[in-house]
Design a protein around this ligand. Structure first.
Ligand code: ZN
Ligand code: ZN
Length: 187
């Protein structure tokens, strides 16, 4: 009898705790996604490579970005695309994300409409990737990022990618997005 009631109390308590934790997780996810959306909307239609390097320029496509040509070795826009191609997610540790913008759909498609693979259906095709590439190429910012994220290794672009697509920090979609949020929240 006693065992029964104790067990029942225990079950009730743990299901209440589980319910509360689940609610906290949902609230946490929603506020995280709301913050991420707000940060992304600040940069709509901006060139993030220029933004990170403090250059105020009219909007331009990546292949004619002056920052890629003047400030980021090897001064060739193709290097950015090769780097971005190496960013591949692991379905065991990452949610499904859009290959153009790195965003998942989020709760009720709050972050991204259904994936079609078309640029016109992607809200921010050239935002997070270029921002992170520019941060990793900026002499001061990359050092600041290393002190913020101890696992990040900026000694070579491939070592950077290992961390960017490695196991995400708790509560984050990916380390790539953590790095973008770190930059966006201070600007
Ligand atoms: Zn630019
Ligand atoms: Zn997208």
């Amino acid at each position: 009898m006693l065992y029964d009631s104790l067990a029942r109390d225990h079950i009730n308590e743990s299901s209440e705790t589980a319910k509360r934790r689940r609610q906290e997780r949902i609230i946490g996810t929603l506020s995280y996604e709301a913050d991420l959306s707000a940060q992304l909307s600040k940069y709509a239609n901006m060139c993030m490579l220029c933004n990170v390097f403090g250059r105020l320029d009219d909007p331009h496509p990546l292949h004619s970005c002056p920052t890629l040509r003047k400030d980021i070795p090897p001064y060739d826009y193709k290097a950015f695309f090769s780097w971005q191609k190496e960013i591949r997610y692991n379905p065991k540790i990452h949610p499904p994300v859009c290959f153009l913008c790195h965003l998942p759909q989020g709760e009720k498609d709050r972050l991204h409409p259904a994936f079609t693979g078309k640029r016109e259906d992607c809200p921010y095709p050239d935002l997070i990737g270029p921002a992170v590439y520019a941060i990793m190429s900026h002499p001061d910012l990359k050092e600041e990022a290393v002190s913020e994220f101890p696992g990040l290794n900026v000694s070579s672009p491939s070592k950077t990618i290992t961390w960017l697509i490695g196991a995400p920090m708790k509560g984050h979609i990916s380390n790539l997005i953590s790095l973008f949020l770190w930059y966006a929240r201070r600007n």
